[in-house]
Design a protein around this ligand. Structure first.
Ligand code: XIL
Length: 352
């Protein structure tokens, strides 16, 4: 204990030193709030404030020290290690090593888990995409994959993103191996298999650009309504919330969430970040703080918004620079693990 206290103190001194000596892209003051995010979310009646994480990051001790603080984070989502290519790289060959590591971390620190994800067009192994499966064959492949993965983690996952990103921005179904072979029936096939394997897990469809009005949110509302009418199990819609700085509309976001929850599903912000075109100025970081407040406060205003997950808490491990060249600094902690103004913005949202 004495050692760990001393170590923690040393670490924070090191972090301060690092923050002061590196050429950061901004000299803006960091966060001042000491309120931890998960406790603040729970005090506001939400289930959790959580973070994505990924297996390679778990060797980074200062990173894991913050991640493990359950006052700060009450929920984890694996960024990659529960995806199809990681879990079933060859047909009927399952590898749960990475997913198990993150579940063990969550269990060891009293956090709940979101499972991410079961059926998605991306990060599929070649064996799924390279064969012209019949409808019956692909149905069985989906059922085996979903049943095996959900059964492996039965009782350990609060919510599964059963279907990830099924829609195009124009509201049509995304063309992929699943839709092209089975039509939209692949969605109910996967949801029913997941429900059978873990009747207590919340089953979600997760999607981006539901934050804005337009054909995509309309199509999602229609999809949920159709699934409900057909008696297909669906418990929630994940609103990814990968924002661009300054593009938050609280009124659109809230209206869209209420359109979904009025159908009898929960909603959650599942992958929140707010990316900035680089280099970020001090004004950008202040705008980002304001954007985080606005987004988080909408979850507070919507009773059936269960929680907020950031798509990793630090710029050190953000997916943004690799996926959106020229953009970055999207997370509430900077790449030196120092809290940014965005942190205070989140606290303000949670306490709104
Ligand atoms: C991203 C991961 O963060 C990256 O590490 C990976 O290279 C690509 O996928 N929507 C999702 C997530 O549902 O699974 C994606 O995660 C980000 C966009």
């Amino acid at each position: 204990m004495i050692f760990s206290l001393g170590f923690a103190t040393l670490l924070s001194l090191l972090q301060v030193a690092t923050a002061q000596t590196t050429t950061a892209t901004s000299t803006a003051p960091g966060a001042t709030s000491t309120v931890p995010l998960n406790y603040a979310a729970q005090a506001a009646g939400k289930l959790y404030f959580g973070s994505a994480t990924d297996n390679p990051e778990l060797t980074d001790v200062p990173y894991v020290t913050i991640l493990n603080d359950t006052a700060m984070f009450g929920q984890l989502t694996p960024g990659n290690s529960m995806k199809w290519d990681a879990i079933e790289p060859e047909q009927n060959v399952f590898n749960f090593t990475g997913g198990d590591q993150i579940v063990a971390l969550a269990e060891g620190t009293g956090k709940i888990m979101r499972g991410h994800n079961l059926v998605w067009y991306s990060q599929l192994p070649a064996w799924v995409t390279a064969t012209a499966w019949t409808a019956d064959e692909l149905t069985s492949i989906i059922q085996t994959h979903v049943t095996t993965e959900v059964s492996h983690y039965v009782g350990k996952i609060y919510a599964w993103d059963v279907i990830n990103e099924p829609l195009n921005d124009n509201g049509t179904f995304r063309s992929d191996i699943f839709y092209d072979t089975l039509g939209s029936s692949y969605i109910s096939i996967a949801l029913r298999a997941a429900r059978a394997a873990d009747p207590n897990a919340k089953l979600y469809i997760n999607e981006y650009n539901l934050e804005y009005s337009g054909p995509k949110i309309d199509a999602m509302v229609q999809l949920v309504s159709d699934l409900k009418a057909e008696g297909v199990p669906i418990d929630g819609i994940g609103i990814e919330s990968h924002y661009i700085l300054g593009e938050v509309s609280a009124s659109e976001l809230k209206a869209n969430m209420l359109n979904l929850t009025s159908l009898g599903v929960d909603v959650a912000f599942t992958e929140l970040d707010v990316r900035i075109e680089l280099p970020a100025t001090d004004a950008d970081l202040e705008q980002q703080k304001s954007d985080y407040t606005t987004i988080v406060s909408v979850c507070m205003e919507v009773a059936d918004c269960v929680g907020v997950t950031v798509w990793d808490y630090t710029d050190k491990y953000s997916w943004i620079p690799a996926s959106f060249p020229g953009y970055g600094e999207a997370c509430p902690w900077d790449e030196n693990l120092v809290k940014k103004p965005a942190y205070d913005g989140i606290v303000a949202g949670l306490q709104s």
